[in-house]
Design a protein around this ligand. Sequence first.
Ligand code: GDP
Length: 448
Amino acid sequence: MKADTIYALASGASRAGVAVVRISGPESKAAFATLSDAQLEPRRAVRTVVKDKESGDKLDDGLAILFPAPASFTGEDVVELHIHGGRAVIAGILEALGRLQGLRLAEPGEFTRRAFESGKMDLTAAEGLADLVAAETEAQRRQALRQSRGELGNLYESWRQRLTEALAHFEASIDFSDEELPSTLAEEVEIELTSLTDEIDGHLADERRGERLRDGLHLAIIGPPNVGKSTLLNVLAQRDAAIVAATAGTTRDVVEVNLDLAGYPVVIADTAGLRKSNDAVEKEGIRRAHCRARDADMRLAVFDAEIWPVLDDNTLALIDDDTIIVVNKIDLAELGEKLTVAEYDAIPISALTGAGIERLLATLANRVARSFGDMATPAPTRVRHRQALENCCNALTRAKQTAAEHRQAPELMAEDMRLAIRALGRITGRVDVEDLLDIIFRDFCIGK
Ligand code: GDP
């Protein structure tokens, strides 16, 4: 069946100097010919007036580039129109394309899906591309770019190949011997399975680094009411994100702010003051604060300099190695630079005057960078990668157990190896992933 030809605005929807409309599919050259008299040349920009031939209206003066199949993003004939990025210009051109037979507006992610389906990229690279478009910080961009260039996919593919080879050797040994398996070959296969399991386990033991980098590291600001948590959040966010009020217990819900800290994405949540309350709404806020504080990757505990050295017990109970401690309002009490809370160093600050905020930011950036650890090696970036890798490891472990317990049942071991190979293949999209595609490409926007 001949594929539809699809088109969409590939650049952002807001007003801009230049916009790019992409057309992909067998009819893209013909569609272009209805808008322009220019002769397209492969991979060269040609200047053209874009016209609505039906009405004779000139729509714009721009550039057009042809990327002939198969050397294009989607693997199909692609024509890109670089036009002025005004709403009316874009609307006029999209409308003119929409009137053509055999053309339709692309669905979200459809260009990239076609690129995947024509073998231009594996699923992890497609996901990397989506992440690259969504990247907001430098570290996110670096991870996404590497993934979109195939780094993660290549790693999984290399594991899959090694397993496939191991399986081939193993099956050959079954076919060839009527008696017992040649012991050295079986041993070699087992050694390979063990080393693969170790490598995949090592790759998984990264404390969700890749996923955290996509989602942002979650930092919860905790502390009793009125210590200045909301004020501090506003200082960190440099904008008024949370309500600051002198009456205790006003932050009743969780307020979140996304921050770029030294290139790493951090989601800071201001939580309701940790105190006992009879007010139902506030109680709910406090319950959420506790959940948030518990689930966060890191905590920022705030104490009050005014009542130093009295410390709030509820907050103290939540302090651990992943907590950064500040004593706020030092403009009201002179406490000196060196403070200790529960044997941890505490940073004296004033959210009001800005004193100590630089030191806090430096400490935060340092801790955040440390929590992401070594970014040199690729990490799984999605739950689905992690699940498939776990399935793969489980199958490999079963295969090894079978090998140890039933030397006489090689088919069982081969079957588990096949399952392990399939689990890896599902990550890159090599095997039966039809059910996954809608889910993966749904996250893209139109024009990608
Ligand atoms: P929260 O309940 O912990 O979120 O506290 P808020 O941020 O709402 O602050 C409570 C009160 O303390 C407000 O009146 C703030 O202006 C004040 N406040 C916050 N930080 C400081 C500070 O560093 N110094 C002084 N003097 N007042 C502060």
